[in-house]
Design a protein around this ligand. Structure first.
Ligand code: HEC
Length: 160
């Protein structure tokens, strides 16, 4: 009896796994650098841009370079959730549409997350080794974020 029920459970799980393959989350395949992207807020050096593209854009822009296994469910669904959540918190492709207060807050958060090694997510760098930030890249990105914060801050003071 016991064996039969385990078999049944396995069959049901198997069928579910097959059926779930029919579901495809909407791909994040827009334009990363459109009219509202962060380069419209302030100029960005090639070095910083390279880091953002390699380590952040897959979850924080309107364009993700998907790995092949994103076609397999539920992995694809799991990735889509990260991307949705990441974009909701911080979207470099929409950055310039944020109010100054939000821009400043995001630059503070960027410096903080990077300093604490919270970003990029571990589950991402586990596979995307090239997205791991070196100490040099961490320093560069942190000072960029600090400067960007200050430049928006000063701008909003002098223009009022
Ligand atoms: C694999 C996807 C992924 C990558 C890559 C990634 N992030 Fe995130 N990021 C997220 C998710 C999901 C959240 C929201 C949940 C959380 O805070 O853990 C988030 C949150 C954040 C926040 C918090 C925003 C706020 O206001 O609280 C910041 C800042 C951030 N990420 C910056 C970065 C930077 C900078 C990089 C690149 C160095 C990066 N992230 C790379 C997925 C990612």
């Amino acid at each position: 009896m016991k064996n039969i029920s385990i078999k049944k459970v396995a069959i049901v799980l198997g069928i579910m796994l097959i059926l779930i393959q029919l579901y495809h989350p909407t791909p994040n395949d827009g334009n990363a650098l459109g009219g509202n992207d962060i380069t419209n807020t302030l100029p960005i050096s090639d070095d910083v841009m390279m880091i953002l593209k390699t380590s952040c854009f897959d979850c924080h822009s309107n364009h993700t370079d998907y790995p092949w296994y994103s076609k397999i469910q539920p992995i694809g669904i799991w990735l889509a959730n990260h991307i949705d959540e990441g974009k909701r918190e911080l979207n470099f492709s929409e950055f310039n549409s944020y109010k100054n207060k939000r821009k400043k807050h995001k630059f503070e958060e960027i410096a903080k997350e990077i300093k604490e090694h919270e970003m990029p997510l571990n589950s991402y760098t586990f596979i995307h080794k090239n997205a791991l930030l070196s100490n040099e890249q961490t320093l560069l990105l942190m000072s960029w974020a600090d400067n960007a914060f200050l430049s928006i801050h000063l701008d909003s003071i002098t223009h009022h």
